[in-house]
Ligand binder design. Sequence first.
Ligand code: ATP
Ligand code: MG
Length: 137
Amino acid sequence: IEQSYIMIKPDGVQRGLVGEIISRFEKKGFLLKGLKLFQCPKELAQEHYKDLNERPFFPKLIEYITSGPVVCMAWEGAGVVASARKLIGATNPLQAEPGTIRGDLAVQTGRNVIHGSDSPDNGKREIALWFKEGELA
Ligand code: ATP
Ligand code: MG
């Protein structure tokens, strides 16, 4: 079954948005398979976002993701990857539709509250990267 790696970024945790965000995925009907609060080491952030490592904002992105604890989640369900991207909204929160997480809760691309896998293959890759086997239901 398809799984997506969803992560509440440090600004979402600091701003007290964890319950609100988890609630949206629960109400949608996806199945929670993994959940933890975690201080991400720099090397893991770099590996997670390795496809972006040539981009000018990469160092700032790594600094952002490692600036405080994140909430790591594995969500499961048919079509969960694309559906989660819809729930999350566009990368730039000012372009994200109202009703989406970023559209409702954020204003800056560099502080956009949440990550969601962009393909089922990356969902698998990222869940394996962020979770140990015994941490998943
Ligand atoms: P994510 O992978 O975190 O779910 P995304 O898939 O919507 O976000 P990506 O293109 O994968 O967007 O970029 C990863 C993250 O890098 C963005 O969510 C954002 O935090 C940051 N980012 C992307 N573009 C920029 C930019 N131009 N300036 C600053 N930060 C950026
Ligand atoms: Mg992405």
